[in-house]
Design a binder for this molecule. Structure first.
Ligand code: IMP
Length: 190
């Protein structure tokens, strides 16, 4: 059972947001919970967390710290939406891993799975590099928008079909450093 979110109006939230979906406290609680679960799974495996830039940079860093087991971290960058809120379905690798991963346990860490196209591409790509294992952790899941089936092993929260920003997620490179997650006022991107 994946936790669902509730809309809330939080005093002092960014004026471009229609409402908040996850507060800073809810985010921290969930990351700590996922960290404990993953620590048990990876205790003796010295995994490599593979964070996807730029959206997952905050989640990957927080999860890495929350896991408290021997592990390393690396990052990949793939082409993103740019200034649009709809997926182009095109994915290119802009930055590859810094190290060989053959025989290593990999945990792919992504901010959000929407259509599934990005994760599908990355899963296939990393499987092709012969890791000992490959699992996927995402903070947010928008299941209603899926275009391709993709296995996700760990999910933070399920969210409705809304464009969200904050905690690493952007719109036109803005809002990534909000410590909470909210929905932009539609008039700002329509
Ligand atoms: P997918 O390939 O459609 O699953 O999209 C994955 C990528 O799209 C994520 O890594 C995000 O960078 C971006 N994305 C999808 N939904 C949102 C959103 O609601 N806000 C911000 N970025 C999003």
């Amino acid at each position: 059972m994946v936790d669902k979110v509730e809309k809330k109006i939080v005093p002092g939230m960014h004026p471009d947001l229609a409402y908040t979906l996850l507060t800073e406290e809810e985010i921290h609680r969930k990351v700590a919970e996922m960290g404990r679960l993953l620590a048990a799974e990876y205790r003796d495996k010295n995994p490599i967390l593979v964070g996807i830039l730029k959206g997952a940079v905050l989640f990957a860093s927080d999860l890495f710290r929350a896991m408290q087991v021997p592990a390393s971290i690396d990052f990949m960058a793939v082409s993103s939406y740019g200034a649009s809120t709809k997926s182009s379905g095109v994915t290119r690798i802009l930055k590859d891993l810094d190290q060989g991963v053959e025989g290593r346990h990999l945990l792919l860490v992504e901010d959000i799975v929407d259509t599934g196209l990005t994760l599908r591409y990355l899963r296939d790509y990393l499987e092709g590099r012969d890791p000992a294992s490959l699992k996927v952790a995402v903070f947010l899941d928008k299941p209603s928008r899926r275009k391709v089936e993709v296995k996700v092993d760990y999910v933070g929260y399920e969210i409705p079909d809304e464009f969200v920003v904050g905690y690493g997620l952007d719109f036109a490179e803005g809002y990534r450093n909000l410590p909470y997650i909210g929905v932009l006022r539609p008039e700002l991107y329509q």
